[in-house]
Design a protein around this ligand. Structure first.
Ligand SMILES: *Cc1c(COP(=O)(O)O)cnc(C)c1O
Length: 615
């Protein structure tokens, strides 16, 4: 039995019991029963399942952890947090997040006008809004509108021009003004693929010279009282905590210096996001070297020390963790459509009366493999295969012979894997490195795991069932886009093994976990595959099953996708209809074809069925 590293990445959100993956909450339903329930209703493509209880779990962990640290160190500042909308703007994520955090000082962070509108509409008036990113006068005015509505909103200034914008808008729109934050350009940086947000060449933030100028401008325009926060963000998925500690020391000292210069309402240090998520499925390849309680302890302790040394009040701590709060709430389920080697069973052999010598030898190898000679025979058959391919290129054997060679190699590999299944795992791994099974998944990696494509970020993946059976096939995963980048290749350093299943007879599903951060809006419609059908699983003790399926949103249908690209879909329908009417075929056939076509236009573009052998 293999546990797919669930103890490393799942944080007890999911567990393996009785050979299946279960949601580790309340009555612990299996993912498979949830998936089967929804598939019975006709949703056959990939599925994105959301678990709102996991959003709540992450937020409460974050608050508890910081509140514990604050108690432990007898820290005088408060803890507040916002969710950065860029990490997940989907309504079925954001609305439950806002609802479950009503009693906490938890708000939203916006980086664009559209995100700000979401924040202004859904943030509780008592919770904070922060606004980062580049802003024009219009966006600044939007911030003033939010302040007038009664929102606790802070506009973070990324450059001096933005500050001039605020000063101008303040003259036009008057009180109440939003609070003002200044983003600091640190000389310390983060690490890892995302660590570009800090450093002297960072895209955002004010240098010390600009900070001094900003304070002067605020003073001159009588806005210094609005200045209440300094901010930094050293990048996402901080793998090592030491750069963060360094950044906090840098920012803590800037905080104290600015207060001494008269910024007496400066009370908040916003440490941005970056709290990492553990994605690894393998021992010794951890993505982070700290726990949440070390993280919060370090932040609180460092700020306390600086405040004491500089004799300033301990600042309120603000955090903008996005990945940590959202990653675990969503699971992508993909049906396996095909195992490519399954075309190769004995029935596929087309042996002749007289076969080429090498084919005859391969057949002999196949029939006489034993546990003992397995590895030797494997190498022989791979050599034979090479030679046969050369013979084909030279014109000495025909296509039937070539096909027989392919089939025999696959049969030999399968037989060996079966023979060695319980005996010699290292040998199996050696074979598997040479020959992998390719699993075709009904999904698009470009749409659902864009960070795999763009940043080589691995997401934990495992089958939903058969977990009490040892998986024997080394797997590479293919999506259904016609792009060769739509492949998660087998990696001997992080091997993935899956089960040998006949998907024409039994269903097999893979789950990709921790896909709730960044993937959804970053996902692209390559080949015009859309966001998969999604729904939420909400636990409720009063229900028989213990949970209900809500917020079902079906994947967009073909016409809606084309409409999004600004095709005239009425015209497309008209043309298609006309072309069928003009076709030189039976009138009855025309009706039939038209009917079929309309059904397909109203469905999404993922595959619904595969052709089953003999059915
Ligand atoms: C992206 C971003 C975040 C969120 O970072 P995570 O790594 O997802 O926690 C927070 N603050 C700012 C300014 C950001 O740009």
């Amino acid at each position: 039995m293999v546990d797919y590293g669930i103890k490393y990445w799942s944080n007890d959100d999911f567990i393996i019991e009785d050979g299946v993956v279960k949601v580790n909450h309340k009555n612990k339903p299996s993912l498979l029963e949830i998936v089967e329930e929804i598939r019975e209703k006709g949703y056959k493509g990939p599925l994105l399942i959301r678990f709102p209880h996991l959003i709540y779990k992450q937020i409460t962990q974050l608050f508890c952890s910081f509140e514990n640290a604050i108690k432990e160190y007898d820290y005088k500042g408060h803890f507040k947090a916002v969710f950065p909308l860029k990490v997940n703007q989907m309504p079925n994520f954001v609305l439950p997040l806002v609802e479950c955090s009503q009693n906490l000082c938890y708000g939203l962070e916006a980086g664009s006008k559209s995100e700000l509108i979401v924040a202004m509409s859904y943030t509780n008036l008592s919770s904070p809004i922060t606004v980062n990113g580049f802003k024009d006068k219009e966006m600044i005015s939007l911030g003033f509108i939010a302040a007038k509505m009664g929102h606790d909103i802070t506009l973070t200034i990324e450059g001096l021009n933005e500050l001039l914008g605020i000063i101008e808008v303040a003259k036009e729109m008057g009180e109440p003004c939003p609070k003002i934050g200044l983003r600091i350009r640190l000389h310390s940086t983060g690490t890892g693929v995302w660590g570009k947000s800090g450093g002297i060449n960072a895209k955002f933030g004010l240098t010390s010279t600009e900070l001094l100028e900003a304070i002067r401008l605020l003073e001159d325009s009588k806005l210094l009282a609005q200045f209440s926060m300094i901010h930094f963000h050293i990048g996402s998925q901080i793998s090592d905590i030491s750069p963060l500690k360094k950044a906090i020391r840098e920012v803590g000292n800037i905080y104290a210096e600015l207060r001494k210069m008269g910024a007496s309402n400066l009370t908040c240090v916003n440490i941005g996001g970056g709290l990492a998520v553990e994605y690894t499925q393998h021992e010794d390849s951890n993505n982070r070297n700290y726990t949440l309680s070390e993280f919060s302890g370090d932040v609180v302790f460092s700020l306390k020390e600086i405040a004491r040394n500089k004799k300033e009040r301990e600042p309120n701590i603000f955090i903008e963790s996005g990945r940590y709060v959202s990653a675990n709430h969503a699971v992508l389920i993909t049906p396996v459509l095909e195992l490519f080697s399954h075309e190769y069973d004995e029935k596929a052999l087309r042996l002749k009366e007289k076969n080429p010598q090498l084919i005859a030898e391969m057949l002999d190898l196949y029939q006489s493999i034993t546990e003992k000679n397995a590895i030797e025979y494997l190498h022989d058959s791979l050599d034979h295969m090479e030679s046969l391919l050369t013979l084909f290129d030279l014109g000495y054997i025909d296509l039937t012979d070539r096909s027989n060679a392919e089939v025999l190699v696959h049969l030999i590999i399968k037989k060996i894997i079966k023979l060695l299944k319980y005996k010699n795992h290292n040998e199996i791994i050696r074979i598997q490195e040479q020959v992998q099974e390719r699993y075709l998944l009904n999904c698009s990696f470009f749409q659902s795991l864009p960070d795999y494509w763009g940043l080589a970020q691995n997401f934990p993946v495992m089958p939903l069932d058969r977990l009490n059976r040892r998986p024997t096939r080394s797997a590479s995963l293919w999506d259904i886009t016609c792009d060769s980048d739509g492949e998660i290749a087998f990696d001997a350093k992080k091997p993935l093994f899956l089960h040998d299943v006949d998907v024409t007879k039994e269903e097999y599903f893979l789950g990709f976990f921790l896909v709730g951060a960044y993937q959804e809006v970053l996902g692209m419609r390559h080949n015009l595959f859309t966001h998969p059908t999604e729904f939420s699983v909400v636990f409720d003790d009063d229900l028989n099953k213990g949970y209900e399926i809500t917020n079902l949103l079906e994947a967009q249908n073909v016409l809606d996708v084309l409409d999004d690209l600004d095709y005239d879909t009425k015209e497309i329908e008209r043309i298609l209809k006309q072309r069928i009417e003009d076709a030189k075929i039976d009138e009855d056939d025309k009706k039939e074809l038209l009917g079929q076509l309309y059904v397909m236009l109203s469905e999404n573009g993922y595959l619904r069925t595969i052709t089953k052998n003999g059915e």
